[in-house]
Design a protein around this ligand. Structure first.
Ligand SMILES: CC(C)(COP(=O)(O)OP(=O)(O)OC[C@H]1O[C@@H](n2cnc3c(N)ncnc32)[C@H](O)[C@@H]1OP(=O)(O)O)[C@@H](O)C(=O)NCCC(=O)NCCS
Length: 151
């Protein structure tokens, strides 16, 4: 991360730049899993754990945690290393969960391949993603029914 425009008032990298990077990485993974275009439908639980310094080398890692009919949850992990000290181990600076929806040429949701978890980590990620999905849906439903009632 380099330029002044990407910095915040404290001289660190603006959180929005990290979000953009995470979104782009998640998009690439969603595209690969679904074999075509996929759009960001939602992002939740973006956690910033440490500041990112101007000049830091930033690496993003992402994987599909869960796949539904047309949507996928993608988990992203962001790590940094000082540009001038390769002996320093990578620091986990941020994590986020994105929901991507695969779309066809008309922008309509299209089906994605199912996810087949194999390792214990993949099984855990899928289980945790199912919990987040259930919470997202429950929250949306509760808000909508409240609006219906005129709460
Ligand atoms: C994402 C989008 C294609 C969904 O369209 P839609 O008409 O709501 O589609 P559906 O109701 O058929 O839902 C499709 C899937 O998306 C999921 N979904 C839709 N909105 C969601 C949201 N806000 N959060 C989580 N999941 C969502 C649904 O649960 C469903 O999942 P499933 O097929 O795996 O069961 C549409 O809202 C869209 O085009 N949004 C703009 C996306 C975009 O341009 N992003 C870039 C921002 S600049």
């Amino acid at each position: 991360m380099t330029s002044g425009r990407e910095a915040n008032l404290l001289g660190n990298v603006h959180g929005g730049e990290i979000m953009k990077l995470a979104d782009s990485t998640a998009g690439a993974v969603a595209q690969r899993h679904s074999g075509g275009p996929a759009v960001t439908a939602a992002m939740d639980e973006m956690a910033f754990l440490e500041p990112v310094h101007v000049g830091d080398i930033v690496r993003t890692f992402a994987q599909v945690n869960w796949a539904g009919r047309s949507s996928m949850e993608i988990g992203v992990r962001v790590e940094t290393q000082p540009w001038n000290d390769p002996s320093t181990s990578a620091l986990h600076v941020a994590s986020a969960y994105f929901v991507f929806v695969a779309i066809d040429a008309d922008g309509r949701a299209r089906e994605v391949p199912p996810l087949v978890p194999e390792t214990p980590d993949e099984v855990r990620r899928m289980r945790e993603a199912e919990i987040r999905r259930a919470h997202r849906l429950a929250k949306r439903q509760e808000i909508e029914s409240g609006r219906h009632r005129g709460d």
